[in-house]
Ligand binder design. Structure first.
Ligand SMILES: Cc1cc2nc3c(=O)[nH]c(=O)nc-3n(C[C@H](O)[C@H](O)[C@H](O)COP(=O)(O)O)c2cc1C
Length: 185
Protein backbone atom coordinates (compact mmCIF):
# COMPACT_ATOMS: atom_id res chain seq x y z
CA UNK A 1 0.00 0.00 0.00
CA UNK A 2 1.40 3.35 -1.02
CA UNK A 3 2.54 5.78 1.64
CA UNK A 4 0.72 8.75 0.15
CA UNK A 5 -2.29 10.62 1.51
CA UNK A 6 -5.44 11.37 -0.43
CA UNK A 7 -4.59 15.07 -0.41
CA UNK A 8 -1.09 14.39 -1.71
CA UNK A 9 -2.45 12.17 -4.45
CA UNK A 10 -4.89 14.85 -5.59
CA UNK A 11 -2.14 17.48 -5.47
CA UNK A 12 -0.03 15.29 -7.71
CA UNK A 13 -2.87 14.80 -10.19
CA UNK A 14 -3.50 18.53 -10.31
CA UNK A 15 0.19 19.33 -10.64
CA UNK A 16 0.46 17.30 -13.85
CA UNK A 17 0.25 19.56 -16.83
CA UNK A 18 1.12 19.31 -20.47
CA UNK A 19 4.75 20.35 -20.59
CA UNK A 20 5.75 21.96 -23.86
CA UNK A 21 9.25 23.08 -23.01
CA UNK A 22 12.12 20.95 -21.70
CA UNK A 23 15.65 21.32 -20.39
CA UNK A 24 18.43 19.64 -22.29
CA UNK A 25 18.91 17.03 -19.58
CA UNK A 26 18.96 13.25 -19.78
CA UNK A 27 16.48 11.08 -17.92
CA UNK A 28 17.90 8.69 -15.36
CA UNK A 29 17.49 5.02 -16.31
CA UNK A 30 15.79 4.05 -13.03
CA UNK A 31 13.22 6.83 -13.42
CA UNK A 32 12.45 5.81 -16.98
CA UNK A 33 12.06 2.19 -15.93
CA UNK A 34 9.59 3.08 -13.16
CA UNK A 35 7.61 5.24 -15.58
CA UNK A 36 7.35 2.34 -18.02
CA UNK A 37 6.42 0.02 -15.17
CA UNK A 38 3.56 2.37 -14.27
CA UNK A 39 2.26 1.91 -17.80
CA UNK A 40 2.76 -1.84 -17.78
CA UNK A 41 0.92 -2.25 -14.47
CA UNK A 42 -2.18 -0.41 -15.70
CA UNK A 43 -5.61 -1.99 -15.62
CA UNK A 44 -7.32 -3.03 -18.85
CA UNK A 45 -10.55 -4.71 -19.89
CA UNK A 46 -10.18 -8.48 -19.32
CA UNK A 47 -6.57 -7.71 -18.39
CA UNK A 48 -6.01 -7.56 -22.12
CA UNK A 49 -3.04 -5.15 -21.96
CA UNK A 50 -3.47 -4.04 -25.57
CA UNK A 51 -0.37 -1.87 -25.71
CA UNK A 52 3.25 -1.69 -26.58
CA UNK A 53 5.37 1.21 -25.39
CA UNK A 54 8.23 2.07 -27.73
CA UNK A 55 10.95 4.13 -26.07
CA UNK A 56 12.61 6.45 -28.54
CA UNK A 57 15.79 7.93 -27.08
CA UNK A 58 18.21 7.59 -29.96
CA UNK A 59 18.66 11.28 -30.93
CA UNK A 60 18.54 10.98 -34.73
CA UNK A 61 15.49 8.72 -34.73
CA UNK A 62 13.85 10.81 -32.02
CA UNK A 63 14.22 13.95 -34.10
CA UNK A 64 12.68 12.24 -37.11
CA UNK A 65 9.68 11.29 -34.97
CA UNK A 66 9.53 14.87 -33.68
CA UNK A 67 9.37 16.15 -37.25
CA UNK A 68 6.55 13.70 -38.01
CA UNK A 69 4.68 15.01 -34.96
CA UNK A 70 4.95 18.70 -35.70
CA UNK A 71 3.85 21.19 -38.31
CA UNK A 72 6.12 24.25 -38.21
CA UNK A 73 3.90 26.27 -40.54
CA UNK A 74 0.89 25.75 -38.25
CA UNK A 75 2.89 26.01 -35.04
CA UNK A 76 1.71 22.53 -33.99
CA UNK A 77 3.82 20.50 -31.59
CA UNK A 78 7.05 22.30 -32.46
CA UNK A 79 8.40 21.58 -28.95
CA UNK A 80 8.48 17.80 -29.37
CA UNK A 81 12.14 17.68 -30.38
CA UNK A 82 13.16 19.24 -27.03
CA UNK A 83 12.10 16.15 -25.08
CA UNK A 84 14.99 13.71 -24.53
CA UNK A 85 12.64 10.74 -24.70
CA UNK A 86 9.52 10.01 -26.71
CA UNK A 87 7.23 7.14 -25.83
CA UNK A 88 5.16 5.88 -28.72
CA UNK A 89 2.11 3.91 -27.68
CA UNK A 90 1.02 1.24 -30.12
CA UNK A 91 -2.40 -0.36 -29.77
CA UNK A 92 -2.17 -4.13 -29.79
CA UNK A 93 -5.02 -6.47 -30.60
CA UNK A 94 -5.83 -7.51 -27.05
CA UNK A 95 -7.59 -10.66 -25.93
CA UNK A 96 -10.41 -12.14 -27.98
CA UNK A 97 -12.77 -11.91 -24.99
CA UNK A 98 -12.16 -8.16 -24.70
CA UNK A 99 -12.71 -7.66 -28.43
CA UNK A 100 -15.87 -9.78 -28.45
CA UNK A 101 -17.14 -7.93 -25.37
CA UNK A 102 -16.33 -4.63 -27.02
CA UNK A 103 -18.26 -5.59 -30.16
CA UNK A 104 -21.27 -6.77 -28.13
CA UNK A 105 -21.28 -3.61 -26.04
CA UNK A 106 -20.31 -1.31 -28.88
CA UNK A 107 -17.30 -0.04 -26.97
CA UNK A 108 -13.68 -0.03 -27.95
CA UNK A 109 -12.13 -1.11 -24.69
CA UNK A 110 -8.61 -1.06 -26.08
CA UNK A 111 -8.67 2.71 -26.60
CA UNK A 112 -9.95 3.20 -23.07
CA UNK A 113 -7.19 0.91 -21.80
CA UNK A 114 -4.54 2.91 -23.60
CA UNK A 115 -5.82 6.16 -22.16
CA UNK A 116 -5.54 4.76 -18.64
CA UNK A 117 -2.00 3.47 -19.21
CA UNK A 118 -0.94 6.80 -20.67
CA UNK A 119 -2.24 8.73 -17.68
CA UNK A 120 -0.46 6.33 -15.30
CA UNK A 121 2.74 7.07 -17.21
CA UNK A 122 2.12 10.80 -16.93
CA UNK A 123 1.43 10.62 -13.18
CA UNK A 124 4.46 8.47 -12.46
CA UNK A 125 6.49 11.02 -14.41
CA UNK A 126 5.23 13.78 -12.11
CA UNK A 127 6.28 11.71 -9.10
CA UNK A 128 9.73 11.39 -10.67
CA UNK A 129 10.01 15.17 -11.13
CA UNK A 130 9.54 14.85 -14.88
CA UNK A 131 7.05 16.36 -17.29
CA UNK A 132 5.04 14.94 -20.16
CA UNK A 133 2.78 15.98 -22.97
CA UNK A 134 0.41 13.56 -24.61
CA UNK A 135 0.58 14.00 -28.37
CA UNK A 136 -2.36 12.81 -30.43
CA UNK A 137 -1.73 14.93 -33.51
CA UNK A 138 1.05 13.41 -35.62
CA UNK A 139 1.76 11.73 -38.93
CA UNK A 140 0.96 8.19 -37.87
CA UNK A 141 2.02 6.59 -41.14
CA UNK A 142 5.43 8.22 -40.94
CA UNK A 143 5.92 7.36 -37.25
CA UNK A 144 4.97 3.73 -37.91
CA UNK A 145 7.35 3.57 -40.83
CA UNK A 146 10.25 5.02 -38.78
CA UNK A 147 9.70 2.52 -35.97
CA UNK A 148 8.82 -0.53 -38.05
CA UNK A 149 5.34 -0.82 -36.57
CA UNK A 150 3.34 -3.41 -38.56
CA UNK A 151 0.84 -2.00 -41.03
CA UNK A 152 -2.08 -3.63 -39.19
CA UNK A 153 -1.41 -1.79 -35.90
CA UNK A 154 -2.17 1.74 -34.82
CA UNK A 155 0.32 4.09 -33.19
CA UNK A 156 -2.23 5.95 -31.07
CA UNK A 157 -0.28 8.43 -28.99
CA UNK A 158 3.17 9.82 -28.37
CA UNK A 159 4.23 10.98 -24.92
CA UNK A 160 7.01 13.53 -24.66
CA UNK A 161 9.12 13.04 -21.56
CA UNK A 162 11.74 15.26 -19.99
CA UNK A 163 12.61 17.79 -17.33
CA UNK A 164 10.11 20.60 -17.81
CA UNK A 165 11.30 24.18 -18.03
CA UNK A 166 8.01 26.07 -17.89
CA UNK A 167 6.25 27.24 -14.70
CA UNK A 168 3.02 25.73 -13.45
CA UNK A 169 -0.19 27.03 -15.02
CA UNK A 170 -3.46 27.13 -13.08
CA UNK A 171 -5.83 24.45 -14.36
CA UNK A 172 -8.60 25.45 -16.74
CA UNK A 173 -11.42 23.00 -16.23
CA UNK A 174 -15.22 22.94 -16.43
CA UNK A 175 -16.99 23.60 -13.13
CA UNK A 176 -17.65 20.61 -10.91
CA UNK A 177 -21.45 21.15 -11.22
CA UNK A 178 -21.14 20.82 -14.98
CA UNK A 179 -19.34 17.49 -14.97
CA UNK A 180 -20.40 15.77 -11.74
CA UNK A 181 -23.89 14.78 -10.64
CA UNK A 182 -25.19 12.43 -7.99
CA UNK A 183 -27.83 9.75 -8.44
CA UNK A 184 -28.84 10.81 -11.94
CA UNK A 185 -27.66 12.58 -15.07
C1 LIG B 1 -5.57 12.24 -26.34
C2 LIG B 1 -4.82 13.55 -26.18
C3 LIG B 1 -4.18 14.11 -27.28
C4 LIG B 1 -3.46 15.30 -27.12
N1 LIG B 1 -2.76 15.80 -28.19
C5 LIG B 1 -1.98 16.90 -28.02
C6 LIG B 1 -1.14 17.37 -29.08
O1 LIG B 1 -1.09 16.80 -30.18
N2 LIG B 1 -0.39 18.48 -28.85
C7 LIG B 1 -0.40 19.14 -27.64
O2 LIG B 1 0.32 20.13 -27.50
N3 LIG B 1 -1.18 18.71 -26.61
C8 LIG B 1 -1.96 17.61 -26.77
N4 LIG B 1 -2.72 17.14 -25.72
C9 LIG B 1 -2.70 17.85 -24.43
C10 LIG B 1 -4.00 18.59 -24.14
O3 LIG B 1 -4.08 19.73 -24.96
C11 LIG B 1 -4.05 18.97 -22.64
O4 LIG B 1 -4.04 17.79 -21.87
C12 LIG B 1 -5.27 19.78 -22.25
O5 LIG B 1 -5.30 21.02 -22.94
C13 LIG B 1 -5.31 20.07 -20.75
O6 LIG B 1 -4.15 20.75 -20.31
P1 LIG B 1 -3.14 20.14 -19.25
O7 LIG B 1 -2.71 18.79 -19.75
O8 LIG B 1 -1.99 21.10 -19.18
O9 LIG B 1 -3.87 20.02 -17.94
C14 LIG B 1 -3.43 15.96 -25.85
C15 LIG B 1 -4.08 15.38 -24.76
C16 LIG B 1 -4.75 14.18 -24.91
C17 LIG B 1 -5.41 13.57 -23.69
Amino acid sequence: MANITGKEMLEMIISRQSERSYYDREIEKDKLERILEAGRMSPSACNSQPWKFIVVNEPVLKNKIAVAASARELGFNIFVDQAPVLLVVVREKGKVISRVGGTLKDKDYSLIDIGIAVENICLQSVAEGLGTCIIGWFNERKVKELLGVPESKRAELIITLGYPSNPYRPKRRKNAEEVISYNGY
